[in-house]
Design a protein around this ligand. Structure first.
Ligand code: SF4
Ligand code: SF4
Length: 126
């Protein structure tokens, strides 16, 4: 599976709310697949990924809010010492993201500007 770095966070906080029905159904399937197969190999990518595939904000090969999401990717990469091109199993990556961001002050710094932050703040990571 290909994931952009900040989606290591979003997948853990997903509660069934998304941009539209198609996106939400796809995100639900991605989360279920990772939950069922936590050893899934994940390669980090700098651009659109397997979550973006069904998103109404995907415009060609990039997100129509590219500047915002690239900043999120950079922040997650820096806090977690990860970079595009790295491959690891889902459990390892989600544990790094959880430990370095959700369980530190970095959560507000990284995610504070996101429209979903209030909801994610209240949601236990899965
Ligand atoms: S296309 Fe943009 S808004 Fe949609 S899931 Fe990808 S990064 Fe997020
Ligand atoms: S606040 Fe936004 S970027 Fe952060 S985990 Fe939630 S949806 Fe993802």
């Amino acid at each position: 599976m290909k994931l952009r770095p900040h989606h290591l966070l979003c997948i853990q906080k997903f509660t069934g709310k998304g941009y539209d029905a198609a996106f939400t159904a796809h995100m639900t399937a991605v989360c279920a697949a990772l939950h069922d197969r936590p050893d899934t190999s994940v390669t980090l990518t700098a651009g659109c990924d397997d979550v973006c595939a069904a998103c109404p904000h995907k415009a060609g090969a990039e997100c129509d809010t590219a500047e915002k999401v690239q900043a999120l990717d950079r922040a997650v990469s820096e806090h977690c010492a990860l970079q595009a091109g790295m491959t690891a199993d889902w459990t390892s990556l989600k544990n790094i993201a959880s430990a370095k961001i959700f369980h530190t002050d970095a959560f507000a710094a990284v995610c504070g500007g996101c429209q979903w932050y209030g909801l994610c703040r209240e949601t236990e990571e899965s």
